[in-house]
Design a protein. Structure first.
Length: 320
C-alpha cells in the first residue's frame, strides 16, 4: 500500500477568552483509508466535514492529534532527515485556486525549479531541460518558462501548478478541488491531462472534492465524510450505484441531472451541517437524517462491511 491513514484525529482547542467558553473542535475524529500505487481515491463531503484537514495532515502541514499516516508502510511520525525529505518529494499537491497558489512575482521557470532545487542540485542546463520537459508534459511550450503567472489563463495556470508538482517525480499527488475554480469549458481538459499523467507516471491521486460528478468520473474508490468521520466508503461505481448511507443518498439525490424528468428533492439534505465544536450525540447525522430512529440519537453507529468492498456506519445500512 502506498499511503495508509489509520484512525486519524485532529482536534483543535478554540476560544477560552473572557467572553467565550473554550472548546475542542473535532475536525477529524477517527478516520482511515488507503491509496494504492496508481489509483485515485476521493474524499467527498460538504465544507466543514474535515476533508481539507486530512489533506493538510497528509501533506504534513498539520500534525495529527492521534492516529497514524503511513507511506510505504512507514509511519510519518517516525521519519526524519533524508526519509522525511523523500516523503515530501514523493507526495505533492495541486490546490484549488491556481491564481493564489502560484507566486505572482516569479517567472514560471523559477516556480517550477523551486521544488527541484529543494531536493537536488542539477546544473543550469539540466534544470532548464527538466523545467521545459514538465511544461511539455502539461501541454505548454518552453517559452512559457519566461513568463509570469498573470500572463496565463486559469486553465494554463493550473497546468503550471501540475508541472510544478510533477517536477520532482512524485508517487502521489493530493488534488484539493483541482477544477472547481476553473471555467466549466476547460475543466474536462484539465481532467484529461490529469488522467494522461496518471497513466504515464503511475501516479496515485488523493482527491479532495465536493463535486460528486468529478468524483464519479475520476476516482476508483471514494470515501464520504460527515463531520470528521467517514460514513461510507467503497469502489466508486458501487457506492454511486448503491449508496447505503442516508447522507450519501441525500448527496447523490441533490446532484442536478440532465434528465428533464429528474427533480432533485428540495429537502435532499435538510438543515445545516452541525458544528464540529459540539457535534450531536449518537450518529452525528441524526438531526438531518430522514430515516433516523430513536437509537440514532444515543448510539454512534459502528463501521461495518456491507459486501463488495463497500462499508459504512449506519444502524440501518443493512436494511437499505
Ligand atoms: Fe440516519 Fe440513524 Fe443511519 Fe445515522 S445511524 S444515518 S441517523 S439511520
Amino acid at each position: 500500500m502506498l499511503l495508509e491513514v489509520r484512525d486519524l484525529k485532529k482536534h483543535f482547542r478554540v476560544g477560552g477568552g473572557l467572553l467565550q467558553a473554550g472548546g475542542t473542535v473535532r475536525a477529524v475524529d477517527g478516520l482511515g483509508f488507503s491509496v494504492d500505487v496508481g489509483e485515485t481515491v476521493a474524499l467527498v463531503g460538504e465544507s466543514g466535514c474535515g476533508k481539507t484537514t486530512i489533506a493538510k495532515m497528509v501533506l504534513m502541514l498539520e500534525r495529527p492529534t492521534e492516529g497514524a499516516i503511513l507511506f510505504e508502510g512507514r509511519d510519518l511520525a517516525g521519519l526524519s532527515g533524508a526519509d522525511l525529505k523523500a516523503y515530501r518529494r514523493h507526495v505533492q499537491a495541486v490546490f484549488q485556486d491556481p491564481y493564489a497558489s502560484l507566486n505572482p512575482r516569479l517567472r514560471v521557470r523559477t516556480i517550477i525549479a523551486e521544488p527541484i532545487l529543494a531536493h537536488e542540485r542539477p546544473d543550469r542546463a539540466a534544470l532548464r531541460r527538466r523545467v521545459e520537459e514538465v511544461l511539455d508534459v502539461v501541454g505548454l511550450p518552453a517559452t512559457a518558462a519566461d513568463l509570469f503567472p498573470h500572463e496565463f489563463s486559469g486553465g494554463q495556470r493550473q497546468r503550471i501548478a501540475i508541472a510544478r508538482a510533477l517536477a520532482v517525480n512524485p508517487r502521489c499527488i493530493v488534488l484539493d478541488e483541482p477544477i472547481s475554480a476553473l471555467d466549466v469549458s476547460i475543466r474536462a481538459q484539465i481532467l484529461n491531462l490529469l488522467a494522461d499523467i496518471q497513466e504515464r507516471f503511475r501516479l496515485a491521486y488523493l482527491i479532495i472534492a465536493h463535486d460528486l460528478a468529478l468524483v464519479e468520473h475520476f476516482s476508483t474508490r471514494v470515501g464520504v465524510m460527515y463531520l470528521g468521520n467517514m460514513v461510507e466508503a467503497g469502489p466508486t461505481e458501487e457506492v454511486f450505484a448503491r449508496p447505503r448511507h442516508p447522507y450519501t443518498q441525500a448527496l447523490l439525490a441533490s446532484v442536478p441531472r440532465p434528465d428533464p424528468d429528474h427533480r432533485p428533492p428540495l429537502d435532499a439534505i435538510r438543515g445545516e451541517i452541525a458544528s464540529a465544536l459540539a457535534p450531536p450525540p449518537g450518529c452525528k447525522f441524526h438531526p438531518r437524517c430522514p430515516r433516523a430512529v430513536e437509537r440514532c440519537a444515543i448510539e454512534p453507529p459502528a463501521w461495518r462491511s456491507l459486501g463488495r468492498g463497500h462499508a459504512g456506519a449506519c444502524h440501518l445500512a443493512e436494511a437499505t
